[in-house]
Design a binder for this molecule. Structure first.
Ligand SMILES: [Zn+2]
Ligand SMILES: [Zn+2]
Ligand SMILES: [Zn+2]
Length: 534
C-alpha cells in the first residue's frame, strides 16, 4: 500500500534556510555558488522519503463497471454512461481488450449526444480503440467513424471510413447506401479561411524594456493575437487535461498514476517525457502547494530547446532572502525529481514568477510574445482563455502606434494605489507610472452614473449615448445567456464616448462599462470573431 510523503514543505524550507543562512550568512556570491558543496544539505534531504502513488488496475472490476455503463446507455442516460465508462477505463490496462471495449462503448455514448465537442471526442475514442480489436470487429468502429465524420461535415473522411468498413464486411445491412456513397464522392473540400494578420509589433519601450504596440487602429473586442502556450502546468483532479489544459469529460488516464488525465492518447504521448518525471508525485507536489510553479519549472528543464532561458528573470533585483528561499525550493524540486541541475532550476523558477500567466482551472503557462505586454493599472486589453490558448482582446479602442497594456492581476478599480504598487514591486520589480498611479485615481466611490448623465451634453448626442449605455449595462444579467448584440450595443456607445474623451477621470460608468466588456468577452469567447471578419 502506497503511503503519502511525510515531509512538511514549510518545515523543510525552514530547516534548509537555517542551514543555508548559518553557512553563508546571506552572502550573495556564496549563495549563487552553493551547488559546489552539498554535503550537509544532501544529508538533510536523505531524511525525506517520497512515495509515488500508483494507479490501481482491476480489469474484472472494469468489466462490471462497463456493463453498468451499458445499462445507462440503453436507458439513454448518456452523460452518466460516459462518466462510468471513463471510470472503467481508469481501471483497465492501456491497449488491452477491456480498454478497447471501454473506449468503443464510450464513443457510442458520446456519438449519441451529437454535439461538436462530443463528436470530436467520439472520433478520438474510436481511433484509439481500433487496434485493440481483431480485424473482423473493426468494421463496426469504422462505420461509426464514418457517421461521426458525416455529422462533423468531413465528407471525404467519412467516405474513407465507410470504404474500410465495407472492405471488412461487404454484406452488412448497416453499411451506407450506394446513393450516400456517391454523394460523398462528389463532395468538395471547402476553401480554408485566411485569418487577418495580427495588428501588433514588439518594440523598445523605454525603461520598461520591450513593449507591444498596435500597428493599426483596433476596435473593442478585436483579437490582437492568439497563442498556444510555449509550456504549461496543470493542477490535476479538475477534469482538465494535464498535457494541454483542455476541459475533458472523456479522459485518458495515465498508465501509472491515479491523478493525471489527458484529453487524447496523442496528448498523453506528446507529454509523456515530462509527465514521467512527476508521475505519481501529485500528492507531494500539490500537498505542499508548489504544484503549478514547480511542475512548470520541471517541464522547462526537460525541453530540448532552451529559448526560455533568455526570458526576463530579474535575478539581480532580488533580495538575498529571496535568493535563499528560491534556492531551497530549487533543491527541494531537484531532490525528488532526480533532476541534477539546481542552477537551471533556480533560473526557471525566477522566470516563471516574472512571466507565468495564470489561466482558468488552476493552470499556468508561458507565452513569450504575450509576456512582452507591459502592465498598466488602467489597461486596454484583457486575456481570454479557451483551454490553454490565450487570446489578447482589446477592451478599449486602441489607436495606431499606441502601446498595449494589460493589468498584472490588479487595476485601479480593484485595489488601492499603495497595495497595487507594493505587489508590482515585489513580484515584477518596477514602480508603476501609469496615469491611474500618476494622477492618483481613487479606487472606490467614483462619480455616479446619474452624475455622468447630468453632465453629458444634449446637442452632440452625448446624453443619448450615456442613457443607452446605462440602460444596457443595467439590463445585463450574467446568469442568463449573453449574446453578441448585447455586447455590440455596449461596445458601440462606450467607444463613442471614450473617443470623445468623455471620461477624463474614471467614473462609475467607466468602471462598469469596462468590467462588463471584459465579462462579455470571456463569455462570448472566439464567437465574437465571426462579427469582425465575415
Ligand atoms: Zn490534452
Ligand atoms: Zn502518471
Ligand atoms: Zn499603475
Amino acid at each position: 500500500m502506497a503511503k503519502y510523503a511525510t515531509i512538511k514543505y514549510d518545515e523543510f524550507i525552514k530547516k534548509t534556510l537555517l542551514h543555508l543562512k548559518a553557512k553563508y550568512d546571506g552572502e550573495m556570491y556564496e549563495v549563487r555558488h552553493i551547488s559546489r558543496d552539498l554535503n550537509t544539505l544532501d544529508e538533510l534531504l536523505k531524511e525525506i522519503k517520497v512515495y509515488k502513488m500508483k494507479r490501481r488496475i482491476d480489469e474484472e472490476k472494469a468489466m462490471r463497471q462497463r456493463q453498468r455503463g451499458n445499462e445507462y446507455l440503453a436507458h439513454k442516460k448518456h452523460t452518466t454512461a460516459i462518466k462510468i465508462y471513463s471510470e472503467a477505463l481508469a481501471l483497465s490496462n492501456r491497449g488491452s481488450l477491456e480498454w478497447s471495449y471501454c473506449l468503443a462503448n464510450r464513443a457510442a455514448a458520446l456519438y449519441s449526444l451529437k454535439t461538436e465537442k462530443e463528436l470530436l471526442q467520439a472520433k478520438e475514442d474510436s481511433l484509439a480503440c481500433l487496434f485493440g480489436f481483431p480485424v473482423p470487429s473493426r468494421a463496426k468502429i469504422f462505420r461509426r467513424l464514418g457517421h461521426i465524420c458525416l455529422h462533423l461535415d468531413e465528407k471525404l473522411t467519412a467516405l474513407e471510413y465507410f470504404k474500410k468498413a465495407i472492405e471488412i464486411e461487404p454484406e452488412n445491412s448497416k453499411n451506407p447506401s450506394e446513393s450516400l456513397l456517391e454523394e460523398l464522392k462528389n463532395a468538395e473540400i471547402a476553401p480554408a479561411v485566411v485569418p487577418p494578420s495580427e495588428p501588433f509589433k514588439i518594440d523598445e519601450a523605454g525603461k520598461k524594456g520591450k513593449g507591444m504596440y498596435a500597428t493599426r487602429a483596433i476596435r473593442i473586442g478585436e483579437k490582437i493575437l492568439s497563442r498556444e502556450p510555449y509550456e504549461i502546468s496543470v493542477t490535476p483532479g479538475r477534469g482538465v487535461c494535464s498535457g494541454c489544459a483542455k476541459k475533458t469529460g472523456a479522459p485518458y488516464p495515465c498508465d501509472s498514476c491515479p491523478d493525471d488525465i489527458f484529453c487524447t492518447e496523442d496528448c498523453y504521448a506528446k507529454n509523456f517525457a515530462a509527465h514521467q518525471i512527476i508521475c505519481g508525485l501529485a500528492n507531494v507536489l500539490y500537498h505542499h502547494s508548489i504544484g503549478k510553479l514547480g511542475v512548470l519549472a520541471i517541464k522547462l528543464l526537460l525541453r530540448e530547446d532552451s529559448e526560455w532561458i533568455n526570458m526576463v528573470a530579474n535575478n539581480l533585483k532580488r533580495s538575498n532572502l529571496e535568493h535563499l528561499q528560491f534556492e531551497a525550493l530549487a533543491y527541494y524540486i531537484c531532490y525528488f525529481t532526480g533532476i541534477r541541475n539546481h542552477k537551471k532550476m533556480l533560473r526557471a523558477l525566477f522566470i516563471i514568477t516574472c512571466n507565468g500567466i495564470e489561466m482558468s482551472d488552476n493552470s499556468m503557462g508561458l507565452y513569450p510574445d504575450i509576456s512582452c505586454i507591459n502592465h498598466s493599472c488602467n489597461p486596454n486589453v484583457d486575456f481570454i482563455f479557451s483551454g490553454s490558448t490565450c487570446t489578447v482582446r482589446a477592451i478599449k479602442p486602441i489607436a495606431r502606434n499606441e502601446q498595449i497594456f494589460v493589468d498584472y492581476g490588479n487595476n485601479f478599480a480593484t485595489l488601492d494605489k499603495p497595495s497595487r504598487q507594493n505587489k508590482l514591486l515585489a513580484q515584477y520589480f518596477f514602480d508603476c507610472d501609469c496615469e491611474a498611479c500618476d494622477e492618483d485615481w481613487k479606487h472606490k466611490n467614483f462619480t455616479t452614473m446619474a452624475d455622468d448623465f447630468h453632465r453629458a451634453d444634449e446637442d452632440s448626442g452625448e446624453k443619448r449615448r450615456v442613457k443607452n449605455l446605462i440602460h444596457d449595462l443595467e439590463a445585463l444579467d450574467f446568469d442568463q445567456e449573453v449574446t453578441f448584440p448585447m455586447f455590440d450595443d455596449i461596445r458601440d456607445n462606450f467607444a463613442w464616448l471614450y473617443q470623445r474623451n468623455f471620461f477624463k477621470q474614471p467614473t462609475d460608468l467607466y468602471v462598469k462599462s469596462l468590467s462588463s466588456i471584459r465579462k462579455l468577452l470571456k463569455r462570448l469567447g472566439n464567437t465574437v470573431d465571426n462579427f469582425y471578419y465575415t
